[in-house]
Ligand binder design. Structure first.
Ligand SMILES: Nc1ncnc2c1ncn2[C@@H]1O[C@H](COP(=O)(O)OP(=O)(O)OP(=O)(O)O)[C@@H](O)[C@H]1O
Length: 225
């Protein structure tokens, strides 16, 4: 099975207020169609690692491959394009633009990529919303929908460019148990029905236990996977 993401000997330091070796020789991979989770105590380095894996942070040593292509060392411009095309990201907070409609929010990453006409992008966005059972909300303002709906819109937006991998940093952290369960089920069906690869940082043990693999972090190291 192909690796969609591979980290080799990733090390990172923070130098302020003093030298702190936050990630210590991290190596692991995510296979095509795998749903993996990262767990670990607060401060163990999970978010720091995810920001490197998603190419948002380039200040580290080691090698990062996406779809078997070495991405470390590339320019910010190249990384921005790779990230937009290959990585979908869902955060704890939805970061929707509240004055825009749901549909416009979902369309944004595809407009940035500029590979399709606006009409095609709108059609794709509507399809993603239908898939997540919120098609009827397309023309609502993003500020006028519930928290659980906002997170589903954020997932639709993360999927609009048909990424290779979907990453999440505590994507259920702000949701009640019912909406968390919804998000888990959406992720699971994306894996099962579309073969999507997923990598999710979570504190929710119940969520992690039901993923294919738990990557356990402690003190900047992977101690179990
Ligand atoms: N910009 C920074 N400068 C210095 N130290 C930082 C910086 N960002 C994070 N840290 C420290 O690095 C360590 C790892 O932080 P990180 O946010 O990756 O942990 P985490 O496992 O995601 O924690 P949580 O579960 O609380 O989100 C922590 O000790 C944190 O205080």
């Amino acid at each position: 099975m192909n690796l969609v993401l591979e980290a080799k000997n990733i090390n990172k330091h923070f130098y302020k207020p003093k030298d702190f070796h936050v990630l210590k020789d991290i190596s692991f991979g995510v296979h095509e169609g795998e749903f993996a989770s990262i767990m670990g105590k607060s401060g163990s380095g999970k978010s720091t690692l995810l920001y490197i894996l998603s190419t948002m942070d380039t200040d580290y040593t080691g090698e990062l491959f996406l779809n078997q292509e070495l991405v470390s060392g590339k320019s910010h411009q190249e990384l921005s394009r790779i990230r937009n095309k290959h990585i979908g990201f869902v955060f704890q907070f939805h970061y929707l633009l509240s004055e825009f409609s749901v549909l416009e929010n979902v369309m944004l990453p595809a407009k940035k990529l500029a590979e399709k006409s606006n009409a095609e992008i709108a059609k794709d966005a509507q399809e993603k919303l239908e898939m997540l059972h919120i098609g009827h909300l397309a023309h609502q303002r993003a500020s006028r929908i519930s928290g659980g709906e906002k997170q589903r819109v954020a997932i639709a937006r993360a999927l609009i460019n048909n990424p290779t991998i979907l990453m999440g940093d505590e994507p259920t952290g702000n949701l009640d148990s019912h909406n968390s369960e919804n998000v888990f089920n959406i992720f699971k069906s994306l894996k099962e029905e579309q073969g999507l690869s997923l990598l999710v940082v979570t504190h929710d043990e119940d969520f992690a236990k039901r993923t294919d693999r738990i990557i356990q972090m402690e003190d900047g190291m992977i101690v179990d996977q």
